[in-house]
Design a protein around this ligand. Sequence first.
Ligand code: PRP
Length: 187
Amino acid sequence: MRTVVDQGADIGEVLLTEDQIQTRVAELGAAISADMAGRQLTLVSVLKGSLPFMADLMRAISLPVRIDLMEVSSYGGATTESSGLVRILKDLSSSIEGEDILIVEDIIDTGLTLNYLVRYLRGKKPASLRICTLLDKPARRLVEIDVNYTGFTIPDQFVVGYGLDYGELYRNLRYVGVLKPEVYSQA
Ligand code: PRP
């Protein structure tokens, strides 16, 4: 029988509380709405990690929005290191030519995923392309990324929750927490 993980017990420290996240998401939504006033936005979310952020952010934006979902993979399974490989697992479902695009990401780590995605989406000839990330971990950056909206800049710790996973678990935590090192060092 599979051992059931006690998700809360595996968290060493809460880095961002539910309140902090919700307050910041509201601020980001207001800033995006002001900057893009009078326009219609297409939000392109990068599954699966950005799912809760996308759901909250889209409702914090007061402009008309369309949404599209992509899924790309940069990490292999339960490892904590980027492989540098980016694969498209799910592509856009409609054309973005001439659209104002906002990429919605949960975290920028090495930047390899977004570096690839930005070049890929620019090739589809949108009118504009902006990036919004909930979390930025600049200590691990390998390629430079121009980010328009950042929720929180965080230290180089292994974080889970509010969409972020380890071994596909912990995504449903309402907060962002630091995973206890013994959890991933046992793997
Ligand atoms: C995570 C995260 C970003 C990417 C960031 O996705 O959601 O897309 O890694 O890392 P990078 O800046 O080093 O490229 P992951 O591939 O783990 O998939 P997931 O969203 O389904 O968890």
